[in-house]
Design a protein around this ligand. Structure first.
Ligand code: UDP
Length: 341
């Protein structure tokens, strides 16, 4: 925690960036990207769902500093800050069912603290919002001007409403304090460093295939998702941060697939002979999800480049490289307590 001297003396660096949720899946990839772009990176995480393994390769770089801190408490970072990227939050249904209060707090109190810090430092802030602000959408594909269909009191409400509040308070700081803000609505994203036991469909299916278990499709598998490879996501986020646009922007891959077709793709990819078995659909599980990315295309000249075939190959190889112990620890948990009646 003593790199300020280095920053001040190193004229090659382009600025100082604080990334919250730095030890998580997206946060750690963002740390890599900003380090590669010659920024000084301050990574912050309370390690509830994040894992230091994701950033251990950065620990002896003078360009990186790690703060073990919970952003729902007052946040302090010494020296100047140019950018803040707020990526701290549980982000999978299984996590926010397990830690609902923390999920609400990091999206609300945490965001408030980071907006205050951005104001104090005169920094630009990008917040990680989500396609979940659209809830179980009645409009398809989802464009940014759709207001959403969210059940405030359902099990997903703790995440969805925290993120909706996060957008509101961010816009309030933008309008009332003139703060430079950016809002990314992130759609399902995947790649190396996802947690094998986070319950999300990609680690769940790959974990099951690797352990020789059947693949659990929830409901009839006709619900759709559109999966974006992490490098494409990070590119979109990077461009959004550097843009001058403060309304929300969808960042995701419009290539939509049903969960049943996706399970079949995983069986082909992993060359396993697993069967597909059906489990009840969790409550409020969105039936369809596909980003309309016209805004990102126009404003950021961005669109995803990595196909699902390519991205899933890389992701599968990553999961295969994990140790047997990790794989066994990650046994699949289902949502039967939260089924739709
Ligand atoms: N899903 C599934 N089997 C699993 C895990 C998830 O069929 O073992 C389904 C889930 O019901 C949802 C979709 O896959 O319809 C994506 O779920 P995920 O938890 O990855 O994220 P979501 O997009 O729902 O936030």
């Amino acid at each position: 925690m003593n790199n300020n001297r280095i920053v001040e003396n190193d004229s090659r660096l382009r600025g100082n960036v604080l990334i919250t949720g730095a030890a998580g899946f997206l946060g750690s990839h963002l740390c890599d990207r900003f380090i590669n772009e010659d920024y000084q990176v301050f990574g912050m995480d309370n390690l509830i769902t994040g894992d230091l393994k994701n950033i251990e390769h950065l620990f002896n770089l003078p360009q990186f500093e790690f703060y073990h801190h919970d952003v729902t408490k007052f946040v302090h970072v010494p020296g100047k800050l140019d950018y803040i990227l707020h990526f701290a939050s549980p982000a999978s249904p299984i996590d926010y069912l397990k830690i609902p209060i923390q999920t609400l707090k990091v999206g609300s109190l945490g965001t408030h603290n980071l907006l205050g810090l951005a104001k104090e430092k005169n920094a630009r802030i990008l917040i990680a919002s989500t396609s979940e602000v659209y809830g179980d959408p009645e409009v398809h594909p989802q464009s940014e001007d759709y207001y959403g269909n969210v059940n405030t009191i359902g099990p997903r409400g703790v995440y969805d409403e925290a993120k909706r509040f996060q957008e509101s308070i961010t816009m309030a700081y933008n309008r009332f304090h003139g703060l430079e803000t950016r809002i990314a609505r992130i759609f399902n994203t995947y790649g190396p460093r996802m947690r094998l036991n986070d319950g999300r469909v990609i680690p769940a299916f790959i974990g099951q295939a690797l352990r020789g278990e059947d693949l659990t499709v929830f409901g009839d598998g006709k619900q759709t998702r559109s999966f974006c490879y992490v490098d494409d996501q990070v590119e979109g986020l990077y461009r959004l941060l550097l843009s001058d646009y403060s309304d929300p922007v969808n960042i995701g891959n419009p290539d939509e697939i049903t969960i049943l077709e996706f399970a079949e793709e995983i069986i082909n990819l992993t060359r396993t002979n697993q069967k597909i078995i059906y489990k009840p659909l969790p409550q409020d599980d969105p039936m369809q999800r596909q980003p309309d990315i016209s805004r990102a295309k126009k404003l950021l000249d961005w669109e995803p480049k990595v196909s699902r075939t390519e991205g899933m190959k890389i992701t599968y190889n990553y999961f295969k490289s994990l140790s047997k112990v990790e794989l066994e620890k990650s046994e699949h948990k289902d949502f039967t307590k939260h089924i739709r009646k």
